[in-house]
Design a protein around this ligand. Structure first.
Ligand code: MEV
Length: 454
């Protein structure tokens, strides 16, 4: 598509913002039909700088790989890089892993590495998958009687299983398929609202496409079947979609050691004092939502890093985890702690619907490499590894919080970001590292140091 005059004049007629030194774009039509150069031209009509050099500088030299990335989503302009790092010494159920992580927060890999190293010497992470079931629903309304709908449901179910058989055949060969189809009435919450509530096993796939295809097939079957009873009521399909709430796709990770072994993490505190303070911090996160959200965010620092590195859907994982944290009616910590008979035992339980086949896992070369680093795990193994990294980050964060505080380590890791922001050379960075080795780091102090050494 050509950029038409309307499009250009709309974009360039944007007014200069009062507060910022750039124009606001006007209404653009047909943007997704433009090619990349046209999109950038259009951007240049309202940006007061040439975007093309910057956006081109971040393209990959391998055109084939670049094309895979470019085609992942619409309106592609350039790549957006994040660091791909690794956490060594992750001992999970007796197996050692080097775990890949993609994360922008400078202290996360360091925090995970610290905890992983500690637990590798103290029995490692014990992780078990409690279940690996997914759900999806056909949401519909039925104006007739609930009793009638229930009376014909077994026939509907039979027909549904027959109609979805071609869709599920392959998945069944891989150990997955439809586990159950239930009829739920939600008409006490919303007039005439019902669901086909379907449970799936999706083997090593996250299974979104499989589930949605099954559900859409079921919706047609349901609608066709009920059309013969139009004298009894009207059935209207509203939508068919998987649920990202996956409380039956649950994993539990535990670490345990004699309390005295915690000395390596206890800073200025005796290990017994450290354990007591740690346990209190967890109880606080269990009873107070302000603390619980931050506590769980610390867990997701580790989880999202692995989820992103392995090409999984971190929005789905986060949404499920936070809903699970609120399952009892109040948002709470996803972890629990016990100190019994001189032993410290710390446990995290959360839903983790990850996949190791399909989606980005093969398409994205770095995601495929990340899975290779993990010895091409099954979905269950990836759930275990991911949960362990959530535990590692959370354990490290809480250990710091109840001893030295978080800022000391965090700001040390952040030092290089501040120096980069100030445009420091390698020599200046080295000098700053030495200067701040035993000092508290703040942006004011770093920029002061930078001014002096310029
Ligand atoms: C920072 O990214 C994460 C922490 O805030 C987590 C926590 O407070 O437990 C340190």
């Amino acid at each position: 598509m050509e950029i038409n005059n309307d499009t250009l004049s709309n974009a360039s007629s944007g007014e200069h913002s009062k507060h910022q030194n750039f124009k606001v774009p006007g209404l653009v039509s047909g943007f997704s039909k433009l090619n990349r150069n046209q999109r950038i031209d259009l951007l240049n009509t309202y940006l007061d700088e040439d975007a093309i050099d910057l956006l081109n500088a971040f393209l990959l030299p391998d055109e084939k790989v670049q094309q895979v990335i470019s085609e992942l989503s619409e309106n592609f302009l350039s790549n957006y890089y994040l660091p791909f790092g690794v956490v060594p010494n992750v001992l999970i159920n007796g197996q050692m892993y080097m775990v890949p992580m993609v994360i922008e927060e400078s202290s996360v890999v360091a925090a995970a590495s610290r905890a992983a190293g500690f637990w590798a010497k103290n029995g490692g992470f014990s992780v078990r998958v409690i279940d690996n079931l997914k759900k999806g629903q056909v949401h519909f309304t039925w104006s007739g009687s609930e009793r009638f709908l229930k009376s014909v449901f077994l026939h509907i179910k039979e027909q549904i299983l027959a109609d979805t058989a071609p869709v599920t055949a392959n998945m069944e060969l891989r150990g997955g398929g439809i586990v159950d189809v239930e009829l739920l009435s939600l008409s006490h919450k919303l007039e005439n609202y019902y669901q086909l509530d379907v449970t799936f096993k999706t083997a090593d796939a996250m299974g979104a496409n499989f589930i949605n295809t099954c559900l859409e097939t079921m919706a047609v079957t349901l609608s066709n079947f009920m059309s013969q009873y139009s004298d009894k009521g009207q059935l209207e399909i509203i939508m068919s979609i998987l649920s990202n709430y996956t409380p039956q796709c649950l994993v539990e990770c535990t670490v345990t050691c004699p309390v005295e072994k915690l000395e390596a993490m206890s800073g200025a505190y005796l290990p017994q004092e450290f354990a007591r303070r740690f346990a209190l911090a967890i109880k606080m996160a269990q009873v107070d939502v302000s603390r619980a959200v931050t506590h769980n965010k610390g867990i997701y620092n580790g989880i999202d890093g692995v989820v992103l590195a392995t090409g999984n859907d971190w929005r789905a994982i986060e949404a499920a985890g936070h809903a699970f944290a609120a399952r009892k009616g109040t948002y709470s910590a996803l972890s629990d702690v016990e100190i019994v008979d001189g032993y410290f035992k710390y446990t995290i339980s959360l839903p983790l619907a990850v996949g190791t086949v399909g989606g980005l896992t093969k398409n994205h070369p770095i995601a495929a490499f990340a899975l290779k680093m993990l010895r091409n795990p099954s979905a269950n193994s990836l759930m275990q590894i991911t949960a362990a990294m959530g535990m590692a980050n959370n354990f490290s964060a809480v250990a710091s919080l109840v001893t030295s505080g978080i800022q000391k380590g965090h700001m040390k890791m952040h030092l290089v970001n501040m120096l980069n922001q100030l445009g420091a050379s390698d020599l200046q960075k080295e000098a700053a590292r030495k200067f701040f080795a035993n000092k508290t780091v703040s942006f004011a102090m770093v920029s002061d140091f930078f001014k002096k050494c310029n």
